[in-house]
Design a binder for this molecule. Structure first.
Ligand code: FES
Length: 145
């Protein structure tokens, strides 16, 4: 995992690019897996932004996680079309089966659960992703295997 100096160098390398703070935060997620408070401070310092500005960017984008993902990262679509065919019930089943809520990671970092808002397969819901694999007509059993 990169240390603070490595994160600062990575962020500084983005100066001058279009959308540089977003690019820097994306690179932090790519290299570190998630964004910590210290990283927010580094981005704010390098781009002369307030902490609130950077936290606003982080909170806007779902992929800018502030906690580590599980080795198995499950995302369940929460948008309307998938809701109409059971994604809320599927989410409830999964939170009960895993013992974690949406947005949480198990203590052993084996699994994390997150909501996502439309995967572009609305006619085939409920849709979900396990790591980078998309599932249509997703079931509890598929998500747990
Ligand atoms: S609403 Fe779930 S994939 Fe579009």
């Amino acid at each position: 995992m990169p240390n603070s100096e490595a994160i600062r160098e990575l962020v500084a390398a983005c100066v001058g690019q279009v959308g540089a703070p977003v690019t820097a935060l994306r690179k932090i997620v790519e290299t570190h897996g998630h964004i910590e408070d210290e990283h927010v401070s580094i981005v704010a310092d390098v781009f002369n932004l307030s902490l609130a500005d950077v936290r606003g960017i982080v909170s806007f984008y779902a992929d800018f996680r502030t906690s580590p993902r599980g080795r198995k990262h499950i995302r369940i679509c929460q948008a309307e079309a998938c809701q109409s065919v059971g994604s809320r019930a599927l989410t409830k089943e999964m939170t009960e089966a895993l013992g974690i809520a949406l947005g949480e990671t198990s203590e052993d970092h084996a699994v994390s659960l997150e909501g996502v808002y439309c995967l572009g397969l609305c006619a085939s819901g409920p849709c979900a992703m396990v790591n980078e694999r998309i599932l249509v007509h997703a079931t509890r059993e598929e998500l747990l295997t």
